[in-house]
Design a protein around this ligand. Sequence first.
Ligand SMILES: [Zn+2]
Length: 202
Amino acid sequence: MKLLFVGVQGSGKGTQAKIVSEKLGIPHISTGDLLRGAFGELKNEIDSYIAVGKLVPDELMLRVLQDRLSLNDCVGGFILDGYPRNMAQAKKLDEIISIDKVIEIVISDEEALVRAIYRVTCSKCGEGYNTKTNPPKRAGVCDKCNGVLTKRADDNEQAMLKRIGIYHKETEPILLHYKSVKVNGEQKIDRVTEDILRALEI
Ligand SMILES: [Zn+2]
C-alpha cells in the first residue's frame, strides 16, 4: 500500500506515519529525514542549498525520493510524509510512482497555532516535541539522540499563520488530486491511529 500522509505542521502526521508504518510493516519515508540522512555527492548537492537557506529544488528532491523508493523495503508499500506539498510536485511524483491513498490529518487553524507555540525541535535529529502535549522525558533533551531541544525562530504566531495560509492554498488542492480520507487529528494519539487504520480498512 503506497500511502501519503498530509497535514498542516503540528497535525501529528509525522508521529502517526511512524506508528502506522510500524503496525503495517512498511517504511515511513519522511523527506525531512531523507534530506538530513543523505550522503556522498547527493549530500553535497543538498547542503549547497540548505547552507544558504534555500529550499531544495523539486528536481533534486525527486531524485532523492526515487533513490529511496527503489530500495527493497518499499516493495510492499510505504508511507510518504512531507512531499508533495503542492500540485506541481504531485504531478511530478505521478511520473515516478502512483499513490494508492492519502490520509489527511485535520486540525483547526487555532489548534495548529497553539501547537506551534509549544513546539520544540531536536537540533541534532529533527525530532519534534510539544512541551504541553508531548514533552520529552527530560526537559530540553531529545529522547531519541540526547540532542538539545530548541525553539525554532519560525515557530511564532506570525510565521505559523503564514504556513497555515500556504497549506490551505497550495497543499489542500492535492487532496482532490488523490483518493483521500480525512481523519480528526484533535484526538488522543491512539484514537487518531485507530481512525487511520479504519480509513485504510485494515
Ligand atoms: Zn534528537
